[in-house]
Design a protein around this ligand. Structure first.
Ligand code: FNR
Length: 381
């Protein structure tokens, strides 16, 4: 990607999309409506955890190795029998639809997945229904993220639709059965779903519709109220066999931070663990997700571990892999790309992250992901 940028510059074409995370965020702030910006950029409490997520990466340093001849790098990853071109994926973001200029950001992001081969985890909370999102994936596999409603029949319907639409795995998010304490949103009064936004997967669902007296097209307020009643299912470990029974697709539990939880998930028959603290938007206990990764990986005992929260650069991807992650997700970075440039903006951010990861491996002498072990890192501070 960097050669493309430099050669374009020789022809007088200088990139108008940012090349640093701070500029990316600043420009996204300037184009998004203020309350939406606050929703995306903000987190729980005083946002200590959110900052800790990012800082945790700075405390690890990669040790450069010389004379390795890392002229070719292999970033490919095997996951659920698929070969992915790289470990990078797009974490589920529930307001994507609202973040692009045309109001169909889920579709724009899915098109970026098709163009880059970087999988998208599509959120339950989308502007366009999952079938329309999946139709844009091209050859790139997509995963469906489930917020488990209290109505089991509705949960089953959502999963069945995801299977039919061609999604390749189901990601069940555990840490958001109730929204966290988010001062920025409390200040602006903006909670998008309560305004009827991003509910297409519900309003298009036959089970959801059957529970309404009037269709969402006739009475969106009643539909929103019904959604609010159904949204949060405080699942327990007793529900895991039921979740497992919902699908033959690979099942991933998102939000696991404790080794004991990773062990229980594995015993319960899941196919992968997703270590994340929701980008600091939910629990605000102060511990960075990166700091719990190694413990989760050890407890997962060979099961793939997906990771997100605080990844802001290609170097961060490399560090998370070295600490044991199988695949690494970003949330806010690509959402900001979407806000700035739609599909082009997302593609730009993904290509930048991948190019930086690849060049880091080249410069530091680690030609494949298998070469990235905990021993390649030193605690820097
Ligand atoms: C999220 N995240 C999220 N997770 C999920 O499972 N379902 C969802 O609908 C959402 N929605 C959502 C909205 C917004 C605006 C953000 C920023 C995040 C969490 C997301 O999947 C991921 O865990 C974090 O975004 C990762 O942290 P970073 O990369 O944003 O630091």
């Amino acid at each position: 990607y960097q050669y493309e940028v430099y050669f374009n510059a020789l022809r007088g074409v200088v990139p108008d999309l940012p090349m640093t995370y701070s500029e990316l965020a600043a420009r996204a702030e300037s184009v998004l409506p203020p309350s939406l910006w606050s929703y995306v950029a903000g987190g729980a409490g005083d946002e200590y955890t959110q900052r800790a997520n990012v800082r945790a990466f700075e405390r690890w340093g990669l040790i450069p190795r010389m004379l390795v001849g890392a002229t070719e790098r292999d970033l490919s990853v095997e996951l659920f029998g698929m070969t992915l071109p790289s470990p990078l994926f797009m974490a589920p973001v529930g307001v994507l639809g609202l973040c692009s200029q045309d109001g169909h950001g889920d579709l724009a992001t899915a098109r970026a997945a098709a163009r880059t081969g970087v999988p998208m985890v599509a959120s339950t909370l989308s502007v366009d229904p999952m079938e329309a999102v999946a139709a844009e994936f091209g050859q790139t596999p997509g995963f469906f993220q489930l917020y488990t409603p209290t109505d089991r029949e509705l949960a089953a319907s959502l999963v069945e639709r995801a299977e039919k639409a061609g999604f390749k795995a189901i990601v069940v998010t555990l840490d958001t059965w109730i929204p966290g304490w988010r001062p920025r949103d409390l200040s602006t009064g903006n909670f998008p779903q309560l305004r009827g936004h991003c509910l297409a997967n519900y309003t298009s669902d036959p089970v959801f519709r059957a529970g309404l007296e009037r269709t969402p097209e006739e009475d969106m307020q009643a539909a929103t109220l019904r959604w609010a009643q159904l949204f949060g299912n405080p699942l327990t470990w007793n529900d895991l066999p039921w979740l497992r029974s919902l699908t033959r697709l690979p099942l991933i539990l998102k939000g696991i931070c404790h080794p004991d939880d990773a062990r229980r998930a594995k015993d319960g028959g899941v196919d992968a663990i997703y270590c994340s603290n929701h980008g600091g938007r939910q629990a605000n206990g102060g511990l960075a997700a990166l700091d719990v990764l190694a413990g989760v990986v050890e407890a997962a005992d060979g099961l793939p571990v997906l990771f997100d929260s605080g990844v802001r650069s290609g170097v961060d991807i490399v560090k998370a892999i070295a600490l044991g992650a199988t695949a690494v997700g970003v949330g806010r970075p690509y959402t900001y790309g979407l806000a700035l440039g739609g599909t082009e903006g997302v593609v730009h951010v993904l290509r930048w992250l991948l190019a930086e990861a690849d060049l880091t491996m080249a410069v530091d002498g680690y030609p494949s992901l298998a070469d990235l072990t905990p021993g390649t890192l030193r605690r820097a501070a």
